[in-house]
Design a binder for this molecule. Structure first.
Ligand SMILES: Cc1cc2nc3c(=O)[nH]c(=O)nc-3n(C[C@H](O)[C@H](O)[C@H](O)COP(=O)(O)O)c2cc1C
Length: 269
């Protein structure tokens, strides 16, 4: 049976589903025809549900999922470019966190939104481990330090750790790890997009966040087995990204730091 089905009695032959299907699985030869689903659609369909989302009359379902399973967009709440530009410029990597836990419900709210981040072939490979306890974050930092100790050039990080500081997670009370199956298609890129979406959404909530690069390095190194075990991942899974999260501590940026102009090569006709 095909993944995609169209209720003919509802279809108004507008052709929108034909226009949006990325695999051209919904076809018609002329504007007067009802759209038809190609034979091997069930195998090829990436379940992006664009056809369901675009149909003006709700005539389509994919694997039984239809119009009533979709969210209604608030078309009037789309931020203006100036607002998005301001957020992109004002978002900072925060390395000072308040001694205050992050409510689980806020994290649920953020990760709920991140599921709409793009992923290659709509593969949606990214899963999450949420370490939402300052003591547990410190414990995880200890595993990362086992990696740091074996690296040349990270002596300052080691010295800071030995002084009781947290050079790994910067005192964040929460760390969110993005993980995937090791063999998942485009997994590192999909995870990076998901983590950055989380980062931006956290900034929009006035929370502090910062990419946790040392953690990811360690989690993909010889320390992987120990870190995976601690995080509850199995051998076929790997950490692909990590974000520190918390309420912003004693830091208040007064201006947007300079960044060089983009390097551009234009190709025009
Ligand atoms: C992949 C990646 C890994 C990073 N890892 C760390 C890290 O381990 N610790 C840290 O303090 N900052 C880390 N950062 C933050 C960068 O240092 C920061 O983005 C950069 O200095 C620019 O500052 P801004 O994000 O406030 O614009 C990382 C950023 C990225 C994109």
């Amino acid at each position: 049976m095909s993944a995609i089905s169209i209720e003919r009695y509802l279809c108004v032959r507008c052709g929108q589903c034909t226009n949006v299907c990325p695999g051209h699985l919904i076809q018609r030869r002329s504007a007067s025809e009802y759209p038809k689903i190609v034979e091997d659609a069930a195998d090829i369909c990436i379940r992006c549900h664009h056809c369901v989302a675009v149909c003006p009359v709700g005539a389509l379902t994919v694997d039984g999922i239809g119009r009533n399973d979709c969210l209604e967009p608030d078309k009037f709440a789309i931020p203006r470019f100036e607002h998005i530009a301001n957020l992109a410029r004002m978002r900072r990597s925060i390395r000072n966190y308040a001694d205050k836990p992050v409510d689980d419900r806020i994290i649920d709210q953020l990760l709920d939104v991140v599921r709409w981040a793009p992923s290659a072939k709509n593969g949606l490979p990214v899963k999450w481990v949420i370490v939402n306890n300052a003591g547990k974050v410190r414990e995880l930092a200890g595993f990362v330090m086992n990696w740091v100790k074996k690296q040349a050039g990270l002596e300052r990080i080691l010295a800071a750790w030995n002084k009781g500081e947290d050079p790994i997670f910067r005192g964040a009370p929460c760390v969110i790890a993005a993980y995937t199956d090791k063999t998942a298609y485009w997994a590192p890129v999909d995870a990076a997009i998901a983590v950055e979406t989380l980062d931006i959404c956290a900034a929009a909530m006035r929370l502090g966040s910062c990419w946790a690069g040392f953690f990811v390095h360690a989690a993909q190194s010889a320390e992987q087995t120990a870190i995976n075990k601690w995080l509850g991942l199995n051998d076929s899974e790997t950490v692909q990204g990590g974000l520190m999260l918390g309420h912003i501590g004693d830091v208040a940026y007064q201006r947007i730091p300079c960044r060089p102009e983009p390097v551009k090569k234009w190709i025009r006709g």
